[in-house]
Design a protein around this ligand. Structure first.
Ligand code: UDP
Length: 425
């Protein structure tokens, strides 16, 4: 038993439920991160409670993942999906129900790790009310994101203020890449304490199947040239750049070229608009015959898609980390990514893949062609990528670094033992 055994921690992820099946609804990197960090911390001996917002009456309130790791769903606003930009007004109720849960269960969490700016506000209230220590991971920075989108939402000024306040007041901020830390310093504040601890991936799951077996399983041929995208349908993901790049590729008319765009929900759901827009571009470019949109891919089938691909493309306009890049690399598949954010940290150009300026269709087409043209080099890049992920980005390694940080914070000063108060509703 070490000193961290059964130390309690609350992970808060108001809008990214760690218990929902990834690949469904609005689940992306944050859900994957919180769930995997939580489970890995529990394996290290922590008592982990992950708090999220309940979005329907049918959802279980408590989901037990392992003996020391569970998801707890709190009500905050009506029991329905609410887009994240409209959630801020429901946060006081989230805090109130968090405090009520603590009281009912006779728990006071000495340490809270918050995820995304909405949860950071919750964490700051808990710090004020009961002296909980706070660690925060942004997952996305408003100051960077708003530079890459055409319409700035009404909530922007609130978000920017909250993001500044948490940087200056949390015990520690976890940046997932040196590039994210640099953005915090240059765009948010020079105050506050930042550590760099990357995101991780499951190195057993990704990389468990080889290219030919994966192609057989998915019904692809051994001679196919497969270009893969995996991720949410969101304009900032740059799927349009990829589609246009494949249209301009020298392989455009190759009999075996295949473009797979995995992810996204069915039309009519929240991200359906971007999916419809991408489908229109595919039609306009006459690419329906070479493009497949299989919808959201489960975590069980994803290793086969990554392994089957010749190249995985991550064409984001902005990407704080980008789990998809390391999942592909763990699966021995090279990555062509935008030269932005965390992708500059995970992808080593000419070694594990290639980087291209965001939205630069010609540069993406050229990078894809270089890899499709040279299967031997593709394999070499794939092997290098796998090695890089094994050494730097396994969940257990990430959780160990986080556990060390938590322990340091918990031991730095005595935790104030204030009694939880109930906020008035
Ligand atoms: N994902 C998935 N199925 C899909 C699309 C995405 O399981 O159909 C997962 C993907 O494997 C990755 C996460 O969603 O773990 C996306 O994380 P990333 O950091 O790349 O992007 P984000 O969603 O955070 O913007």
């Amino acid at each position: 038993m070490n000193s961290t055994t059964k130390q309690r921690i609350a992970l808060i992820s108001v809008h990214g439920d760690p218990a929902i099946e990834i690949g469904k609804e609005e689940a992306g990197g944050q859900n994957v991160y919180v769930r995997n960090v939580g489970e890995a911390l529990a394996r290290l001996g922590w008592q982990v409670d992950m708090f999220t917002r309940k979005v329907s009456a049918q959802q279980q309130t408590i989901v037990q993942h392992s003996p020391n790791c569970r998801t707890i769903r709190l009500q905050a606003g009506s029991l329905e999906y609410i887009p994240r930009d409209n959630l801020f007004g429901n946060l006081p109720e989230f805090v109130k129900n968090f405090l009520a849960f603590q009281k009912e269960n006779n728990i006071t969490y000495p340490l809270i790790h918050t995820n995304y700016w909405l949860s950071s506000w919750v964490g700051m209230q808990l710090k004020k009310i009961q002296g909980s220590k706070q660690v925060h991971t942004y997952h996305s920075l408003g100051a960077v994101k708003y530079n890459t989108v055409k319409t700035i939402p009404l909530i922007a000024s609130t978000r920017l203020a909250v993001e500044k306040e948490v940087l200056e007041t949390a015990e520690r901020i976890v940046a997932t890449s040196p590039q994210e830390k640099e953005h915090m310093r240059s765009l948010v504040s020079t105050k506050g304490h930042i550590d760099i601890i990357p995101c991780g991936t499951d190195v057993q799951q990704f990389g468990c199947i080889d290219r030919q077996a994966a192609r057989k399983q998915l019904g692809f041929g051994s001679e196919d040239k497969i270009v893969l995208y995996v991720g949410r349908f969101d304009p900032r993901k740059g799927i349009e750049t990829l589609v246009r790049a494949v249209a301009r590729s020298q392989f455009r008319n190759h009999p075996n070229i295949k473009l797979i765009i995995g992810g996204g929900s069915v039309p009519g759901q929240s991200d359906g608009l971007e999916r419809e827009r991408i489908e229109e571009i595919i039609a306009e470019l006459g690419m329906q015959d070479i493009t497949t949109l299989p919808g959201r891919l489960s975590q069980e089938i994803l290793p086969s898609y990554y392994a089957a691909a010749d190249v995985c493309v991550v064409p984001s306009h902005y990407e704080p980390f980008g789990l998809v890049a390391i999942e592909a690399m763990a699966s021995y598949t090279p990555v062509v990514a935008s030269n932005v954010g965390g992708l500059q940290f995970t992808v080593i150009p000419e070694e594990t893949g290639l980087l291209a300026p965001p939205q630069d269709v010609d540069a993406f087409a050229n990078a894809i062609d270089r890899i499709l043209n040279n299967p031997q080099w593709r394999d070499k890049l794939g092997q290098n990528g796998r090695k890089r992920v094994e050494s730097k980005f396994s969940w257990d390694g990430v959780a160990t670094q986080l556990a060390d940080l938590y322990t340091e914070i918990l031991h730095s000063t005595a935790v104030e033992e204030k009694q939880p108060l109930l906020l008035s509703s």
